[in-house]
Ligand binder design. Structure first.
Ligand code: DCP
Ligand code: MG
Length: 451
C-alpha cells in the first residue's frame, strides 16, 4: 500500500533539502526466524517466549505471529495468559492432540483448531538472521542506523529519487524476503519519525510511502498514541485535554502543551506536525542499556513492583547479550507520583554478563521503595564493555532531546532501543521540566548518566 497524494516539491525554490528515509521493521521477527528453520510453522500461530521452556507456562511473550495475535496473544504478556487465549499444540505426539484426555477436558477438535506453537527465545539464531538482513540494508544505503535486532533507518537520498522511492523500497523488501526468507514492513518518508509510523501503518508486509509535503496529512488521522514519544500515560492526559489525534495535537496551542508537559510538549507538537529534522546517523555504541515501564495506575504492591522489575531485568540482560555487551553497573529507576525520579545503582568488582545478577541486584535496590507508591520502574546496566568489535551491529536509537521517549531513556549520547517486554506501558516524562531527582550510588562508584 502506498499513501501517496502530494506531488514532489518542485526542484526550484529554497525548500529545505528533502531526505528520503526508510524505516525497515521486520514482521513478528522472532516468530519469523522460528519459521525459517521450521517451515511447517508457516501460516500457524507461533508464540515465542522469553524465559519460556518447552512444556512450561512461565516466561513472557516476546512476540507472536500474526495468526497468534488473532487470539489476543501479544508481546509482554505472561505466557500463562497467552496459553489461556491460545492453548499449546500437543507436539511430538500427533495422535494426542485430539485425544479424549486432552487438557481441560476441551473437546479435541475445537482445541486442536486453536492450538499454537510455543517456542523459547533463541537469540543467537535471531542475531544471525538479523546480520543477514543488515548486510542487505548496508548494501542498499550509505547510512544505516540500526535500532534493534529487527529495525533500522536508512538514508537513501543519494541512492534514489522521490519519483521512484516506492520501487526502491520494494526492492529492499524483496531482497530481504528472497535472500533471507523473512518479511519486512517498510516506511518511506522525508524524516525518521514519519518513516517509523509509516512502516507500522500497514503491517505485516507493509510498504507505505509518505511523500514530501504530505507528512502532516498522513499523520493527522492517527491516534496520538502512534506518535513516537507518546506512551499510554501521555496519551491519556492528551485525551483528557480533548486531543485525540495527531491532527488535534498539530492544531493545539503549543503554549498549552508546554504548560502541561514542559518543553517536551513542544516537541510532541512538532512531531504531530511532521517536523523532525534529525538526520539518520550511523549506528554507534550505547553507554548504557535500559528498560522502563509505567504502571497503568501507581501501585504500592511490592510484589507487583518486583515482578515488573524482574521482567525488565531479564529484558535488559537479554538486550545486553544481544549486543555482546558486558556491564559492571546495575541500576534501578523508580518514579513516584507525580514525577519524582529516584535512581539507585550498584557497581560490581568486574564486568559481567549475568542476567540473574541483574535481577538480584535490581530487586535488592528496589527494596528501599517497598512502601512507596510507584508509577514507573526501570532497570539499567552501564559501564558497558563490548566483546565484539563489530561496531555497526550495536547501538540503538537516540531520541531527539526533549521528547521524553523513555524507551530511549539513556541520557545524552547514550542510546537504547525501544524494544522491551514492557514497552507497551512505557511513557516518557523523564525530560519534563520540574522533575525531581534523587540519586544514590553504592560502593562509591561513579556512573556516567542517569536513566
Ligand atoms: N521483542 C521482545 N519483547 C517485546 C517486544 C519485542 O522480546 N516486548 C522482540 C521480539 C520481536 C522483536 O523484538 O520479534 C522485534 O520487535 P517488534 O516490536 O518489531 O515486534 P515484531 O517484529 O515481533 O512484530 P511486528 O511485526 O509488530 O514488528
Ligand atoms: Mg518488528
Amino acid at each position: 500500500m502506498s499513501d501517496r497524494g502530494g506531488s514532489r516539491l518542485p526542484g526550484v525554490g529554497d525548500e529545505r533539502e528533502e531526505r528520503i528515509v526508510l524505516h525497515v521493521d521486520m514482521d513478528c521477527f522472532y516468530a519469523a526466524c522460528e519459521r525459517l528453520r521450521e517451515p511447517d510453522l508457516r501460516g500457524e500461530p507461533v508464540v515465542v517466549g522469553m524465559g519460556y521452556e518447552e512444556g512450561e507456562n512461565h516466561g513472557a511473550v516476546a512476540t507472536a505471529s500474526y495468526e497468534a495475535r488473532e487470539y489476543g496473544v501479544e508481546s509482554a504478556q505472561a505466557i500463562g495468559s497467552a496459553l489461556e487465549r491460545l492453548p499449546r499444540k500437543a507436539e511430538g505426539d500427533s495422535t494426542d492432540s485430539s485425544g479424549a484426555d486432552s487438557e481441560d477436558g476441551a473437546d479435541g477438535e475445537d482445541e486442536a483448531d486453536v492450538a499454537g506453537y510455543y517456542r523459547p527465545v533463541d537469540i543467537e539464531f535471531y542475531k544471525s538472521v538479523s546480520t543477514d538482513v543488515r548486510a542487505i540494508l548496508h548494501d542498499c544505503a550509505d547510512t544505516v542506523r540500526e535500532v534493534s535486532i529487527d529495525e533500522a533507518y536508512l538514508d537513501v537520498t543519494e541512492r534514489t529519487a522521490w519519483e521512484v522511492a516506492e520501487g526502491f523500497a520494494r526492492h529492499v523488501k524483496n531482497r530481504i524476503e528472497r535472500e533471507v526468507g523473512v518479511t519486512a514492513s517498510v516506511g518511506v518518508a522525508p524524516n525518521m519519525s514519519a518513516a517509523k509510523i509509516a512502516s507500522d501503518h500497514d503491517k505485516p508486509d507493509g510498504l507505505v510511502v509518505v511523500e514530501p509535503g504530505t507528512t502532516r496529512d498522513f499523520l493527522a488521522p492517527l491516534d496520538v498514541a502512534e506518535i513516537h514519544g507518546i506512551g499510554p500515560v501521555t496519551a491519556r492526559t492528551l485525551r483528557e485535554m480533548g486531543i485525540e489525534t495527531a491532527g488535534d495535537l498539530a492544531d493545539a496551542d503549543p503554549r498549552t502543551l508546554v504548560d502541561r508537559f514542559g518543553e517536551r510538549g513542544r516537541e510532541l507538537y512538532h512531531r504531530a506536525r511532521g517536523d523532525d529534522d534529525r538526520r539518520v546517523t550511523p549506528t554507534g555504541r550505547p553507554k548504557s542499556l535500559s528498560r522502563e515501564s509505567a504502571f497503568t495506575d501507581p501501585t504500592t504492591d511490592p510484589e507487583e513492583k518486583r515482578a515488573r522489575v524482574s521482567t525488565l531485568a531479564a529484558a535488559v540482560a537479554e538486550r545486553a547479550r544481544d549486543r555482546d555487551a558486558m556491564y559492571r553497573t546495575i541500576g534501578v529507576k523508580v518514579v513516584t507520583p507525580p514525577f519524582d525520579v529516584h535512581t539507585r545503582e550498584q557497581s560490581l568488582p568486574g564486568t559481567v554478563d549475568d542476567p540473574e545478577l541483574v535481577e538480584e541486584v535490581a530487586l535488592d535496590l528496589l527494596a528501599e521503595f517497598d512502601d512507596d507508591r510507584v508509577r514507573k520502574v526501570g532497570v539499567r546496566v552501564s559501564n558497558l564493555q563490548f566483546t565484539e568489535s563489530d561496531q555497526t551491529s550495536l547501538d540503538g536509537f537516540d531520541a531527539p532531546s526533549g521528547t521524553g521517549e523513555s524507551r530511549t531513556a539513556d541520557s545524552s549520547d547514550s542510546a537504547d532501543d525501544p524494544k522491551s517486554s514492557a514497552e507497551a506501558a512505557d511513557d516518557g516524562e523523564k525530560t519534563d521540566e520540574g522533575v525531581h531527582r534523587t540519586s544514590r550510588k553504592r560502593d562509591g562508584q561513579v556512573s556516567l548518566s542517569d536513566f
